[in-house]
Design a protein around this ligand. Structure first.
Ligand code: IPE
Ligand code: IPE
Ligand code: MG
Length: 252
């Protein structure tokens, strides 16, 4: 079943975000600041992922979605791209068994057809191995773009409903790459930039946005807690007034 759409119904809110989506940015600058090659930042970034996954599991977050490689990151120097691919493969080799032991489900979403067949096979195997795990779902967005996601969903929707002329959200949503997850409650971008960079364009409709200057390799459990505290102070109105929220609280 596709989870509730924030534009069709007001979703239930909990103090700990059910779904956190992150743009892990600033690896290159972290390295440059230390007179290291950019790749050193990416290596350190993988370590940060490990820490954040663990922290999310301990805090009861149900879905963690990480932007690892965007559809526009192919524009980077070839050496950096191939290094990132190698790192992805090593991380899968090293981490999947541990994730499985901790009951973590791994998903990889994006246009995977552009990856080499060995990596595609590893991804498929990792997803299969962990598919029944229930503690935390970690989604890695790889060769992902928000526009790609919407277009591929439209294509699948039209295939499923030939001749469709007036599509509804309900018809489109099940075909989006993250259809298995509720919409993100909290979005975090590290590295100081305040932009979405073609991440989850559809799914972030009512997500609370949080930006921090901390570079991704330095983002740890304490930094995550700061973001969660900021989230807890937000008033999520979903189009309603503040007064309506007060009334609703009184009534419950
Ligand atoms: C994020 O860090 C990692 C990827 C995009 C793969 P960057 O590599 O973008 O680091 P900066 O933004 O150059 O510091
Ligand atoms: C966004 O970071 C993509 C990932 C973190 C994977 P970028 O570093 O590619 O974003 P821009 O180019 O600064 O917008
Ligand atoms: Mg960047």
């Amino acid at each position: 079943m596709t989870p509730t759409s924030s534009t069709q119904a007001v979703p239930a809110i909990f103090p700990v975000p059910r779904h956190i989506a992150m743009i892990m940015d600033g690896n290159g600058r972290w390295a440059t600041q230390r007179f290291l090659p950019r790749v050193a930042g990416h290596v350190k970034g993988v370590e940060a992922v490990r820490g954040v996954v663990e922290a999310c599991a301990l805090r009861g977050v149900e879905f963690l979605t990480l932007f690892a490689f965007s559809s526009e990151n192919w524009r980077r120097p070839v050496d950096e791209v191939s290094m990132l691919m190698r790192l992805f493969i090593t991380a899968l080799e090293r981490e999947v068994a541990k994730m499985h032991a901790n009951s973590i489900r791994l998903k990889v979403v994006g246009d995977l057809s552009r990856f080499d067949t060995n990596l595609q096979a590893m991804i498929a195997a990792a997803q299969r191995k962990t598919e029944n795990n229930t503690r935390l779902t970690v989604t890695i967005c790889a060769n992902y773009g928000g526009r790609w996601d919407i277009l591929q969903a439209v294509e699948k929707m039209l295939l499923a409903n030939p001749g469709l002329v007036t599509p509804t959200e309900e018809q489109l949503a099940p075909h989006l790459a993250l259809a298995y997850a509720p919409e993100p409650d909290l979005f975090i971008r590290t590295g100081g930039e305040e932009r979405i960079s073609n991440f989850l364009l559809w799914q972030l409709a009512y997500t609370e946005l949080y930006f921090t200057d901390t570079y991704w390799p330095d983002f740890d459990a304490a930094a995550l807690d700061l973001a969660i505290v900021s989230y807890q102070q937000r008033e999520r109105r979903f189009g309603r007034t503040s007064e309506q929220l007060v009334e609703q609280k009184k009534a419950s």
